[in-house]
Design a binder for this molecule. Structure first.
Ligand SMILES: Nc1ncnc2c1ncn2[C@@H]1O[C@H](COP(=O)(O)OP(=O)(O)OP(=O)(O)O)[C@@H](O)[C@H]1O
Ligand SMILES: [Mg+2]
Length: 376
């Protein structure tokens, strides 16, 4: 049997675990045409969740568009990426799709490209010296127009939305805000992996998107649910593992969906031959995981300042500590509370630490473990 634990990238089908409550809430909001801002620390499963929701919405005859803005590093690229995502969402024969696109985006010239078995794809060319504004108007109005024509509701998802914060000005942000707010029957979902940037885009009074959607913080998956998921996969593969040990895996990973999958994946490799997993396999798997991740941890550690490292190191030993107490400051030689505040902020901006119920915690459980190993 193929290793059923999948880590990195989106998961679907039987590799996808639960999220039933979240799916229900999202579908309800989407049917109301609400705009939603989904944020979470990295690799909690935002993309996997929304892909499942898109699939369900499609089955409910909602017009769905998924736009991954990761490659949209400039405003020009944004136009291309958006147009291609729109083309993908229109169903029908190539000629019909072509004509529809010409109608929706008269300033863009679609070109059909054939890529292997995937069927035809569209690329777009346009006059790059011309003003992007009219193009943007067409593009941002397109989904509503198409949905209206078909008598459908719409769902448009922007993944990796933080990219738009890097553009030279906020033209696209402003345009989106002013156009989208008139689209009552289209639900726009904004999400991304840079939690603090996404949060800032929608919570900063100086930005166009201020207060323009429902905040949807995505949490972890419940421990019991994750443990059931892991247990059932091992059972299907006829690999023996006790429930206690599965709970330990989930606890070690602090219920972080990605790490639970990652650690279970390695454990599967360890246990496959013996058809049994015990303490020894778990210890080996933990070491292997740290080793596989250490390259990226080293790179990350190298980018940190001395002060940032000191705080990370202190937090790795005493999470949820009273960081501003003189006891903590002295114990870890952190200097004045005022400068600590600045460094904590910089670490939050890097998404390395999070504030949870008023206390600081490290975002990445295994980075925390790795830092602990530096202490010897
Ligand atoms: N519902 C789930 N069921 C099973 N595994 C999951 C689930 N959600 C997330 N994971 C695990 O986390 C990994 C990352 O998922 P995904 O890419 O959807 O997260 P993300 O929040 O979009 O990540 P990023 O912050 O990098 O964009 C998956 O490869 C999988 O191992
Ligand atoms: Mg993602």
């Amino acid at each position: 049997m193929k290793n059923p634990f999948v880590y990195g990238g989106e998961v679907s089908g039987s590799a996808f675990c639960n999220r039933e409550k979240e799916i229900q809430e999202l579908i309800r909001d989407i049917q109301q045409g609400e705009n939603i801002i989904i944020f979470s620390p990295r690799r909690y499963g935002k993309t996997s969740l929304i892909k499942r929701v898109l699939e369900m919405a499609g089955q409910m005859d909602i017009l769905t568009v998924y736009i991954d803005l990761y490659p949209a590093i400039t405003k020009q690229k944004f136009v291309e990426v958006y147009a291609r995502a729109l083309a993908k969402s229109i169903k029908g024969k190539t000629e019909t799709v072509y004509e529809t696109l010409r109608g929706l985006l008269p300033r863009l010239v679609p070109k059909v490209v054939l890529k292997g078995d995937e069927g035809p794809d569209f690329e777009f060319s346009y006059d790059k010296t011309a003003d992007t504004l009219p193009l943007l108007d067409d593009l941002l109005a397109a989904v509503r127009k198409q949905a209206e024509k078909k008598g459908q509701q719409g769902l448009v998802v922007f993944d990796e939305f933080q990219e738009i914060a890097n553009y030279e000005d906020d033209e696209i942000e402003r345009k989106m805000r002013s156009i989208f707010q008139t689209h009552r029957e289209i639900s726009y979902v904004f999400m991304g992996s840079k939690k603090h940037i996404i949060f800032d885009l929608f919570s900063n009074p100086n930005r166009p998107f201020y207060k323009s959607g429902k905040h949807f913080p995505l949490g972890k998956i419940e421990k019991e649910v994750l443990a059931d998921f892991v247990s059932s996969k091992f059972r299907e593969g006829e690999i023996e593992i006790t429930r206690e040990m599965v709970s330990e895996i989930v606890d070690l990973c602090e219920a972080h969906p990605y790490y639970v999958q990652f650690l279970s994946h390695i454990l599967w490799e360890e246990g496959e031959e013996k058809a049994e997993i015990g303490r020894e396999e778990l210890d080996t798997a933990l070491q292997k995981l740290l080793k596989r991740e250490s390259g990226s941890y080293i790179t990350l550690w190298d980018t940190l300042s001395q002060k940032q490292r000191q705080i990370m190191s202190a937090l790795s030993q005493e999470e949820k500590a009273e960081v501003f107490s003189s006891k903590f400051l002295q114990k870890y030689n952190l200097g004045a509370a005022s400068s600590l505040q600045k460094t904590l902020k910089s670490l939050m901006e890097k998404d390395l630490i999070e504030k949870e119920d008023g206390v600081y915690v490290m975002a990445d459980v295994f980075f925390k473990r790795w830092i602990r190993t530096l202490e010897g």
